[in-house]
Design a protein around this ligand. Structure first.
Ligand SMILES: [Zn+2]
Ligand SMILES: [Zn+2]
Length: 317
């Protein structure tokens, strides 16, 4: 039996993409467009799985109830754009191409890049173990990416778009500035290449990690228990990151999937008292503007925070 995802991708490819390519005279992109369709199918699958898990959690055990939910619609748009548009581009065009080209070039020059399995042959019989190790490494890298995005003002200007949401639901995970997403993926790809993640495992890893991250944004009272929330990032743990502390900062719980990095680097906060999210310090356009207004607003805020010190120096001097 053929893989149902490959079958569906093949169907989309033949009925939709090939006629388009034919008309545009771009038949040389035929193979590439099939791969894009395949990865887009994975993206849709990801949205479906997220939906099936998170919607019941939000509906039956909600944390906050709102009368108006318009801003949630924008997060749905962000999710579809990220998972169906950007995810295939990044995992295939980004990772797959670079990985195969780089490995080909290295092999041509007489160097076989090591993988986890060649370094630790015992892992050859443990594909799940290798997968987990890659997930842990990528998540550690993501902890630092996220922490830096709160450290540097210009970067927080972009990341503030994610934090501006007052109606946080599982859809909020993908509410990001395009530039912030690009930086995040470049970071992820670089680490993935450095540790030798096999190209077809990369999308699967992104898929798995993002599932936990989506759930961690859910508007739900579901608890993981004392041990559970120390093993995997829970909705309460990530909500604490979305709340502002007494000093008006988001300064805890940067971890995306495993809370271990926060525990290790002393940024973990396991209290459950944060309910309200949002960032009143940033322009309202970032919270309730149109997609374009949010993107432009993020760039403006980033520029303002980047030049803040220079301006302060001028006025002080
Ligand atoms: Zn953050
Ligand atoms: Zn978040």
């Amino acid at each position: 039996m053929t893989d149902p995802f490959a079958w569906l991708a093949g169907w989309i490819h033949e009925t939709l993409l090939i006629p388009l390519l034919w008309r545009a005279g771009w038949m040389q992109w035929e193979d590439t467009s099939f791969m894009w369709a395949l990865f887009a199918v994975y993206g849709v699958l990801q949205v479906v799985i997220n939906y099936a898990i998170c919607v019941p959690a939000e509906r039956f055990r909600p944390l906050v109830r709102w009368d108006r939910r318009e801003s949630v619609g924008m997060d749905v748009f962000y999710t579809l754009l990220a998972r169906i548009g950007v995810f295939p581009l990044v995992t295939f065009f980004g990772f797959y191409w670079i990985q195969t080209a780089l490995n080909g070039w290295l092999t041509d020059h007489g160097y076989i890049p090591p993988t986890l399995e060649t370094l630790f042959p015992a892992l050859l019989d443990l594909p799940v173990g290798t997968f987990l190790i890659y997930a842990v490494i990528l998540d550690a890298a993501d902890y630092w990416r996220h922490r830096f995005s709160h450290t540097f003002g210009w970067w927080y200007g972009l990341h503030a778009l994610h934090h501006a949401q007052r109606h946080m639901t599982f859809w909020t995970d993908d509410r990001n500035h395009v530039l912030d997403d690009v930086i995040g993926y470049v970071w992820f790809i670089a680490v993935g290449l450095a540790v030798g993640v096999p190209p077809m495992q990369f999308p699967l890893l992104v898929l798995t990690l993002r599932l936990v991250e989506s759930f961690s944004h859910a508007n739900t009272r579901i608890r993981f228990g004392w041990l559970g929330e120390r093993l995997l990032v829970s909705p309460q743990f990530h909500r604490a990151h979305h709340g502002l502390d007494a000093a008006g900062r988001n300064s805890c719980n940067y971890g995306g999937v495993f809370p271990w990095w926060d525990m290790l680097f002393r940024t973990a906060d396991f209290r459950h008292d944060v309910v309200e999210t949002g960032d009143p310090r940033v322009p309202e356009a970032l919270a309730t503007g149109s997609w374009l207004q949010q993107q432009v607003g993020g760039l403006r805020l980033s520029w303002r925070l980047l030049t803040r010190h220079r301006r302060q120096k001028v006025t002080a001097g």
